[in-house]
Design a protein around this ligand. Structure first.
Ligand code: SAH
Length: 371
């Protein structure tokens, strides 16, 4: 046998696994389902330990397949119980995954890319530039590792780590299928949330193949401001984005779109902005998450004062829009929204361009103050 690359079984969801067993291996689909369970439910990565899979089939599997997942190389607990894991990928690059406990809920915040190709001005992942998409194994591997660490599956997954999930469509859908599968992690469709900056064509595609919950990084109530904060808005402006989101939830009366809105001092946090937002979302079942801006070294943005966030929230609530101010979690370990960085070999050369434009950030702003 030559060195043909082996199939990584951790890249496969149930359908792909069944196809591999029934068609390529000439075996039975149910053996594929068993292997899926071994990997994800029991955390087994050695074929020899898969005792209900026939020995001969295990030997055949060993010839063509392997099970490879990212590894935790560093674990950092925060004061509030949040944990940040740094995972190393097969090519040595690093990504971050965050575990957020809250009462009897446990949420894992999962990354979808190494870095991010979008250039949102208030996000520290963006400053890192972009290297590559994660494979399905690297995405579900974050949930796999968390499940092993916690001793049980998380109750919720949010695709809100590094990267734009809709820019890595196939692998993200495969991984989300696995999260929801009742042979593996059994997380309900209401508890797997994809967050996007608004890649509208792929949002429309997602509707056809997945029933996860939707969160959208809105951050501004008009195109002029959103063009600056979330540059992909220039390609898919609000008049295109909002109807696509409405369409996404329209078949399920229980659904709302969750809008994420980072509160930036003096930029998007006035009562005038709140009024525009109310008008913009009229007719769309909505929930708003106000996120206090989490500063990072080199940024000029500041966190809105808590009174202003509360006044903004009250305005929205009075208009009948459920709005919550998201508690900042894990900020003492840089695990909060927009602070995930990893170790990115920047292919977009953004880091380099930034260094040329803006020499050095001398003193980082205080972490987690004013929150
Ligand atoms: N690319 C996807 C997934 C990232 S989710 C998306 O844009 O939705 C991470 C969330 O944190 C997004 O809503 C993002 O806009 C927000 N965020 C980014 N930087 C932040 C910061 N510095 N402070 C607070 N929230 C931030």
């Amino acid at each position: 046998m030559g060195d043909v690359e082996k199939i990584n079984l951790a890249d496969l969801d149930r359908e792909a696994m069944e196809t591999l067993f029934a068609e390529r291996l000439g075996s039975k689909a149910f053996h594929g389902r068993n292997v899926l369970k071994w990997i994800h439910k029991h955390g087994v990565t050695d074929f020899d330990d898969m005792t209900d899979v026939p020995k001969k089939l295990r030997a055949e599997l060993d010839e063509i397949a392997e099970i490879r997942l990212p590894e935790i190389v560093f674990e950092q607990p925060a004061r509030d119980g949040t944990i940040k894991w740094i995972l190393e990928l097969l090519d040595g690059q690093r990504i971050e995954t965050v575990y957020i406990p809250e009462g009897d809920r446990s949420t894992i915040c999962v990354s979808s890319q190494v870095g991010c190709a979008l250039d949102c001005s208030f996000c520290s992942t963006a400053q890192q530039g972009f290297n590559r998409n994660l494979t399905p194994a690297e995405i579900i591997g974050q949930v796999w590792q968390a499940t092993r660490e916690l001793g049980r599956s998380p109750t919720n997954v949010v695709m809100m780590g590094m990267g734009e999930p809709l820019a890595n469509f196939g692998p993200v859908v495969t991984a989300m299928n696995l999260m929801q599968d009742d042979l593996t992690y059994m997380i309900s469709k209401y508890r797997v949330t994809l967050s996007t900056s608004g890649v509208v064509p792929n949002l429309n595609r997602l509707r056809e193949v997945s029933d996860v919950s939707l969160a959208v990084s809105l951050h501004a109530p008009n195109n002029e401001l959103r063009d600056q904060l979330v540059p992909i808005n220039r390609k898919y402006p609000l008049e295109v984005l909002i109807p696509a989101c409405r369409e996404f939830i329209k078949d399920d009366k229980r659904r709302k779109v969750t809008w994420e809105y980072v509160m930036l001092d003096g930029v998007n946090d006035s009562i005038q902005h709140a009024k525009q937002l109310i008008r913009l979302l009229e007719g769309t079942p909505s929930k708003i998450n106000l996120i206090p801006f989490n500063p990072f070294p080199g940024t000029d943005y500041k966190t809105s004062p808590p009174e202003r966030v509360e006044a903004f929230r009250q305005k929205l609530m009075k208009a009948g829009i459920i709005s919550i101010t998201r508690k900042t979690r894990g900020d003492d370990i840089d695990a909060a929204c927009g602070q995930l960085v990893g170790k990115v070999r920047d292919k977009s050369r953004r880091q380099l361009r930034r260094q040329v434009q803006k020499p050095v950030a001398i003193s980082p702003p205080p972490q987690g103050s004013a929150q």
